[in-house]
Design a protein around this ligand. Structure first.
Ligand code: GLU
Length: 304
């Protein structure tokens, strides 16, 4: 398979599509991103890497970071984690409060904001300094000591995060947040603020395509079963209330963020990342989905 040829030709094709969608505007840092940016990076499990477009510009990875926090928490407490967060698609938006009351504070999955807040709470209970240890974990996955939180984005998230503040306090009222909600929210906003490029993200997600082991040094991050479960949750819950549609079109597990990034995993084969900040009404990158849909069609590889 000539991957560079495939991504180059699809990149040209999708780049020439008329611009559709809107840049996330709930914080100024996201609203001012150039809507024309478009990058793609693909890394195979043998570490061969391919890239095109703006693949080396760092962007706000937002909810994609929820996979990192989940992986770290899962590696720390194992299956106990499922007593604190469920594994069902929510069918509602990522920041919805409606199901939480009926579900007695048990978030539907780790990728809706309520679930990600509970995962942050778990990390705070398990780690001495969750903020820096989480960053070390991500730097280790990407073999890159330069990955950082963005203090500006984190501060902006905090100033505008009324719904997340409500979610965290609501879950706390059911007893499913153990630390002070303000501290959990701080970690959550830091998590959302991480900036990485397509190439860095593609490399750091490769362990999920390699049965839980890093491909560069063989380090075991998760066991086979844990890796399978995280990929399964990405498949069913990774794209907000468009997860079914993404599975239907692309046929790979993945995770999106409102910064316009999408990561998708082909187990045993590759990790691919697209970034284009223009989002559809569900909060997913329009060009990213178009690109990935054609990529799995063209290569004739998906998990199905
Ligand atoms: N910072 C965003 C929020 O919590 C993350 C949303 C996302 O990427 O899904 O609302």
């Amino acid at each position: 398979m000539d991957y560079q040829f495939v991504i180059n030709s699809l990149y040209d094709k999708v780049s020439n599509e008329p611009l559709q969608g809107a840049v996330a505007n709930y914080i100024p840092e996201l609203a001012k991103v150039n809507p024309k940016y478009f990058g793609v990076a693909l890394t195979l499990t043998d570490n061969t890497a391919f890239a095109i477009g703006n693949a080396d510009i760092k962007f706000s990875i937002q909810s994609i970071a929820k996979v990192f926090s989940l992986a770290l928490a899962y590696s720390l407490i194992g299956d106990e984690i499922w007593q604190r967060v469920n594994v069902e698609p929510s069918g509602t938006s990522f920041n919805s409060l409606v199901q939480l009351e009926a579900d007695l504070g048990l978030p539907r999955n780790p990728f809706v904001n309520g679930g990600a807040l509970v995962i942050c709470d778990i990390l705070m209970c398990q780690l001495e300094d969750a903020k820096s240890q989480l960053l070390t974990f991500i730097r280790n996955l990407s073999d890159n000591p330069l990955i950082e939180y963005s203090p500006n984005i984190a501060a902006s998230e905090k100033t505008n995060g009324f719904r997340n503040i409500a979610l965290c306090n609501f879950i706390k009222s059911f007893g499913n947040i153990k630390n002070h909600p303000n501290d959990v929210l701080d970690l959550y906003f830091d998590l959302c603020s991480i900036e990485m490029s397509c190439s860095e993200l593609s490399k750091s997600f490769l362990f999920l395509a390699n049965n839980g082991c890093k491909t560069t040094d063989g380090l075991k991050i998760l066991n086979y079963s844990q890796t399978k479960r995280i990929n399964a949750i990405m498949q069913t819950c990774g794209f907000y209330d468009e997860s079914g549609e993404f599975t239907f079109k692309v046929g790979l597990p993945g995770k999106s963020g409102v910064g316009g990034g999408i990561v998708a995993i082909h187990p045993n084969l590759y990790s691919i990342v697209t970034w284009s900040p223009l989002l559809n009404e569900k909060g997913n990158s329009v060009k990213g989905i178009h690109f990935l849909e054609q990529f799995t069609t063209e290569t004739q590889y998906s998990i199905f």
